[in-house]
Design a protein around this ligand. Structure first.
Ligand code: PHE
Ligand code: NA
Length: 501
């Protein structure tokens, strides 16, 4: 029997959606700081090496799986292999489930801080405001459920919007949201960067960002950081690109699209590095300190440093509005892509309609998200879960998938044939070597190091009980959950059905 699969109306729309997924918080608040702390200008060498030797090859693998088997991650990994290999697809689905649960919170904070950029709600103490008045973070890390309404309300809004977009489907929801948000994001971010470059002190920031520390190139940790950043930033190996490429027409230039997405994402990252460090240079000069003393990444950069810039100068509110709006758009287009991985998997597995699947997966996600994150202890959950899911969810999941596809099933030649058959840009057998050898070696090296680091030193100084539940326990339940899902039956006939596009 045949079945009509939803599809993107053109390759360009797919590229836009893939860029929307890739460009996220990782570009804006992660890359600039990772780059700065790992050799500055010299970091570009390991970074570009990682992009070309592992990021783009893995992106091609995801595309080949999704496009050839026209399926969500679990079904693609079922069709390429056997019953048990489906498990690696479910692993990716569960990783996306967990990420969506806390990603919604960060999006909600960014939306609130967009509004706060007008009201300057943080007064003269952005840090005290963030952890105190706004998030109401508990004194000591523990597991609890004390509700924080001002976080819960924007989170509810984020969930409603996300599920509406997903419920509307590939064309009317996902594609439409990206068509609106990505161009807006680009324009706003360009204005922000140009504005930032005119600030006094901007050049100090750029010098700090670009000055190469060549000695860094001799440190394995710097190379590991580059590969880690690329895997995270490209959204490879956790089901997103498999899912999106399953909505592409049969004859689509896959490798050409991958190159565009890969370089667009890295371009945005560099742009963010320039913009963020121009602003940090300005902040350093205004406060009479060195750029190194004000440089930060993540929550500290977005929700402490930027608010103080907003309040300390007359151009500040403009920068704040542009910055937080950019965070919201970049984050929302990524959020959609994560939830779609879960919705698509459920649709395939149970033969549900889109709206049914959206509700079946969205409601539990939204409820878990609000219960765990809009509480006085939500920040601890977020911090621990984010660390463990990035290291032992995404990286381990990608490693397992590559080992299974390349070495157990030996499907790389077949997938290469598929990639090159539809694509104009070909790389001979280079792709095979990179994806089957370089990618697993690098991932394996990073993983071993991360395990050693986590075993010898409890992450973030948290109590072992909390790390046990939110960290190791969460990873263990992912693996068990994936195995259980793999052995529940598909809706009759799904595995053999050819989806017509
Ligand atoms: N690639 C995204 C980024 O750079 C990260 C991401 C996307 C994480 C989608 C989860 C899901 O920020
Ligand atoms: Na990214």
């Amino acid at each position: 029997s045949t079945h009509r699969r939803e599809m993107f109306s053109s390759r360009n729309v797919f590229i836009l959606a893939a860029i929307g997924s890739a460009v996220g918080l990782g570009n804006i608040w992660r890359f600039p700081y990772v780059s700065y702390t790992n050799g500055g200008g010299a970091f570009l060498i390991p970074y570009l090496t990682a992009l070309l030797s592992a990021g783009i090859p893995l992106l091609f693998l995801d595309y080949a799986l999704g496009h050839r088997y026209r399926a969500s991650a679990p079904l693609a990994l079922r069709r390429v292999g056997r019953k048990w290999t489906e498990m690696f697809g479910w692993w990716q689905v569960l990783v996306c489930f967990v990420i969506a649960v806390y990603y919604a919170a960060i999006l909600a904070w960014a939306a609130m801080y967009f509004i706060f950029s007008f009201t300057e709600a943080w007064g003269d103490d952005p840090e005290g405001f963030l952890f105190g008045e706004f998030l109401q973070v508990a004194e000591t890390p523990h597991i609890g459920f004390d509700f924080v309404p001002q976080v819960a309300i924007p989170m509810l809004l984020v969930w409603v919007l996300t599920l509406v977009v997903i419920g509307l489907g590939v064309k009317k929801g996902i594609a439409a949201a990206n068509l609106v948000m990505i161009p807006l994001l680009l324009v706003m971010f360009l204005v922000l960067v140009i504005q930032a470059l005119t600030l006094p002190g901007a050049t100090d920031g750029l010098n700090a960002f670009f000055t190469p520390d060549w000695a860094a190139l001799a440190k394995p940790g710097v190379w590991a950081a580059a590969y880690g950043q690329i895997f995270f930033s490209l959204s490879v190996g956790f089901g997103i690109m498999i899912t999106y490429s399953s909505y592409l027409r049969r004859r689509t230039n896959l490798t050409g699209s991958g190159l565009v997405v890969g370089f667009a994402n890295s371009g945005f990252e560099l742009l963010a590095g320039i913009g963020v460090f121009a602003v940090l240079g300005f902040m350093a000069q205004a406060s009479g300190s060195a750029v190194g003393d004000v440089a930060s990444g993540g929550i500290g950069l977005a929700f402490v440093a930027f608010p103080s810039i907003v309040s300390s100068t007359s151009i500040g509110p403009v920068l704040g509005v542009l910055f937080f709006a950019s965070l919201v758009f970049a984050g929302f287009t990524s959020m959609i892509s994560i939830v779609e991985v879960c919705t698509a998997a459920l649709q395939d597995k149970l033969g549900l309609g889109r709206v049914q699947a959206t509700l079946a997966v969205g409601l539990p996600m939204a409820i878990a998200s609000m219960l765990l994150l809009s509480t006085t202890t939500g920040l601890f959950f977020l911090d621990i879960t984010d660390e463990f899911i990035n290291k032992f969810g995404i990286l381990l999941g990608a490693f397992a998938m590559v080992i299974v596809v390349a070495w157990v099933l030996r499907k790389i030649p077949l997938l290469q044939h598929h990639l090159y058959r539809v694509s104009t840009v070909r790389f001979g057998s280079l792709w095979r070597v990179l994806v089957a050898i370089v990618v697993p070696v690098v991932l394996g090296y990073i993983l071993v190091n991360e395990v050693i680091k986590h075993v010898t030193e409890p992450y973030g100084g948290y109590p072992l009980g909390m790390l046990g539940v939110f960290g190791w326990g969460m990873v263990a339940s992912l693996i068990i959950g994936a195995a259980i899902l793999a052995f529940t039956p598909w809706k009759h006939g799904t595995i053999e059905t050819v989806d017509e596009l």
